[in-house]
Design a protein around this ligand. Structure first.
Ligand code: ZN
Length: 267
């Protein structure tokens, strides 16, 4: 499913929309607020931002005063973004690679149009329809962004929590943007047992986890997202020996999510 890395790839790909005016569009009313289009047609895209896994289009109306609206794209399990007819991520592992317009949930046409005037400027395509569109959603409670996590953020977030480390790291109020694949990947690299109570991490272990995020996330961003790690979906399916130490990998349910980890080096 799309995680913070996918949303970041889409944020970068959607920058050409900045400065364009929304002239028309369509939204699937099963996943979008009533009257959404009426509220945003005529507005100009002032910025494209990301908060955790959520992509935000900041819209300005008229003079561009601060009464603008923010449209949020929440990608759910299988949502993907197409900008000016191009999909920055062709294929999500848990979704079909087909780009069927029947799965479009949100479509915007803009002035100026994109390079090819016949295609919509933005389409959110979502076969399973588990994503949704929000307007002016309150995202203030989100935790620190996955790219900005420090050891001290982790101390604040984890020190009083007895829940499993993996559960805490998946909580978007702790770190915004980590999902199931990234949490497993980062714990594997940092050598931390996902089942450990979050408050049992030492200062050294918290620093190691923060350093792992800083080092690994840019690499995975370049490689194409959260499925590009050492615990890729193929590895998670086949469970070969751990590539670090040759011991068996395990697949368990932790935090109600399928979890792949190495009991030998993750302590
Ligand atoms: Zn191992």
């Amino acid at each position: 499913m799309p995680e913070g890395l996918e949303a970041e790839i889409w944020r970068r790909a959607a920058q050409p929309l900045v400065g364009r005016t929304i002239v028309d569009g369509w939204a699937d009313d099963r996943v979008a607020p009533d009257g959404l289009l009426d509220e945003i047609v005529g507005a100009t895209v002032g910025a494209v931002r990301r908060i955790g896994k959520v992509l935000l289009l900041d819209l300005t109306v008229g003079s561009g005063s601060d009464d603008g609206r923010a449209v949020g794209l929440h990608f759910g399990m299988t949502g993907r973004l197409v900008v000016d007819g191009r999909a920055p991520i062709d294929r999500l592992v848990y979704a079909s690679g087909r780009d069927d317009p029947v799965w479009d949930r949100f479509v915007l046409r803009t002035d100026p149009a994109g390079a090819d005037g016949s295609t919509a400027a933005l389409r959110m395509n979502d076969p399973r329809r588990l994503g949704h569109i929000s307007i002016d959603a309150d995202l203030t409670g989100r935790g620190v962004d996955l790219f900005d996590v420090t050891a001290s953020d982790l101390a604040t977030a984890l020190v009083r929590r007895r829940i499993a480390l993996k559960t805490a790291l998946l909580d978007q109020h702790v770190i915004a943007g980590l999902g199931n694949l990234l949490v497993d990947e980062m714990l594997w690299h940092a050598g931390l047992d996902p089942r450990r109570p979050a408050n049992t991490l030492s200062a050294e272990e918290r620093a190691r986890f923060a350093a792992t995020l800083r080092r690994r996330l840019p690499i995975m961003l370049r490689r194409g997202g959260s499925t590009s790690g050492d615990l890729s979906p193929a590895i998670r399916g086949e469970l070969p020996p751990c590539s670090r130490d040759g011991e068996p990998l395990r697949r368990d349910t932790i935090a109600a999510r399928t979890t792949v980890w190495c009991p030998h080096h993750q302590r």
